[in-house]
Design a protein around this ligand. Structure first.
Ligand SMILES: [Zn+2]
Length: 493
């Protein structure tokens, strides 16, 4: 898989408020494909044109500085430029509007008002590389920036919904309560700023750390660590997210990798947790597929812990992997946390992708481990013999009944907008079903039907599409909307 690395710049804009240093936290629009619905800091990709912008006094690579200043101007209306003090608010607003509408480039705007970007205020506070969840990865340079005197940030609806000034401890407390969702690097940056110590020293420490997060193991929410590990999964995904839940006592969900090298990475990560006095209590499986259980036997042996899964999963794995405890729908496991009340993880039987599929739902913060029921990289295959399309759709509808916070899938990055994502899956299935019924005004085989509905798919993906079509056809036959004649199907309308 070819991965594209895109450069980005992010600015932690701060000011001195009544309760200490406050940061400008923006809420990313729910429509954005990357980190939609998350709370973040102003920022975005480095444009080619950013390399040519006039920058003075930059303390870091000037394209990052230029991109950081441009994004801060576009997203929050704050301009760090020599000469900006001579511009009226109306001139700034007109320029921002023109740049956002692309009727004028940022370079032209600067040129027109003889402005030079001022990099002095942008203090580098570290580089973050997104984990390899998907094909596009971002390498983001973070900066701390003091709000220039006389300027006030403002959000114009578009990529961002709103912004607010929050102290680092206040933002972290709201994240811990599940009230706002901080993207991981923002979380770590604010955690650093919430510590005691001189601001400039914290900036230096942040700038000196290795670009992260570390390849494996990042605590995204309190008591939820995510490890995207290499696994033999369906393309475009190449990894399965293994989750480690809990505080002093831990549960490893879906130890995925079958490859010894990647298994060693997982084991090493667990050992570092053990060095902190924490220990693994059990292994949980969302379902039986090879890209979810590759390291289960190794880990169970090395850590001397049992494996829990749904009875249907235990049944398919019998003879290959021993499930030592059955997890049934509604079973709740309490995991004490390092601080605060224990987490309560409820197993939800969600068949469709696999007969014994379990999602895990944390009742207090409403975090959902969605397994392979809803993913954010790739598509979900619904093999007819695993419960079928009716069971799958019922599972999705059931998830929608929950109060939902963060959703953490087995493949792809976490999502803040669980409800929308699940609804989109249901809408998509309904559209597919309608397309199938329409296409069957004449008798057709599954192969012809797949070619027609999924025109242009690669052969490998076409096979998977056929499986999902077969699942839809089973459902439509049960509902007497379609009938089968030999190898052909036709609608009954
Ligand atoms: Zn699977």
């Amino acid at each position: 898989m070819n991965t594209t690395l895109r450069l980005a710049a992010v600015t932690a804009l701060y000011r001195q408020g009544g309760y200490g240093r406050e940061f400008y936290i923006v809420h990313r629009s729910r429509q954005l494909p990357f980190l939609g619905g998350f709370h973040a800091l102003p920022g975005g990709s480095v444009d080619i044109a950013d390399h040519e912008l006039p920058v003075e006094r930059a303390r870091s690579r000037s394209a990052f500085v230029a991109a950081g200043i441009r994004e801060l101007f576009e997203e929050a209306g704050v301009l760090l430029a020599l000469g900006a003090e001579h511009l009226s608010q109306a001139q700034l607003d007109d320029g921002r509007k023109a740049v956002l509408e692309r009727s004028q480039t940022f370079a032209t705007f600067l040129n027109h008002h003889t402005l030079t970007l001022d990099g002095e205020g942008l203090v580098p506070i570290g580089v973050w590389v997104t984990p390899p969840y998907s094909r596009t990865m971002f390498e983001a340079q973070y900066f701390a920036v003091a709000l220039p005197e006389g300027q006030t940030p403002s959000i114009w609806p578009g990529e961002l919904d709103h912004g607010e000034w929050l102290t680092a401890p206040a933002a972290l407390a709201r994240h811990a309560m599940g009230e706002l969702f901080l993207a991981y690097p923002v979380l770590k940056t604010l955690e650093a700023f919430a510590q005691a110590g001189a601001f400039s020293e914290i900036c230096t420490q942040l700038a000196a750390r290795e670009p992260g997060p570390p390849l494996i193991g990042a605590e995204l929410l309190t008591g939820v660590q995510i490890l995207p590990l290499l696994s033999p999964t369906l393309p475009p995904a190449t990894r399965t997210n293994c989750y480690i839940l809990g505080g002093p006592e831990l549960v490893v969900v879906d130890p995925a990798p079958p490859e010894p090298a990647e298994q060693a990475n997982l084991l090493q990560f667990v050992r570092t947790l053990e060095q902190q006095g924490r220990y693994v209590r059990e292994i949980w499986l969302s379902h039986h597929h090879p890209d979810h259980i590759g390291a289960a036997a190794t880990l169970s042996r090395e850590l001397r812990v049992g494996i829990a899964a749904h009875p249907a999963t235990a049944e398919v794995l019998a003879g290959k992997l021993t499930v030592t405890r059955l997890l049934c729908d509604g079973d709740v496991t309490e995991l004490p946390m390092l601080m605060g009340p224990p987490a309560r993880w409820r197993a939800l039987h969600t068949p469709g992708h696999a007969r014994g599929h379990l999602c895990f739902y944390e009742e207090r913060l409403h975090t959902l481990l969605s397994g392979d029921t809803v993913v954010t990289n790739g598509t979900v295959v619904v093999p007819p013999h695993e419960g079928g399309m009716r069971a799958y759709l019922a599972s999705l509808r059931r998830l929608l009944q929950l109060e939902l916070g963060f959703m953490l899938p087995s493949h792809g990055p976490p999502v803040a907008l669980a409800r929308e994502r699940i609804q989109r899956y249901l809408d998509h299935r309904a559209e597919r079903e309608l397309a199938i019924v329409r296409a069957l005004s004449q008798p057709k085989t599954i192969e012809t039907l797949a070619m027609e509905i999924y025109a242009g798919l690669a052969p490998g993906a076409m096979k998977l599409a056929q499986i999902n079509i077969a699942a839809h056809l089973d459902k439509l036959i049960e509902e007497a909307k379609v009938e089968q004649k030999g190898s052909c199907f036709q609608n009954v309308i």
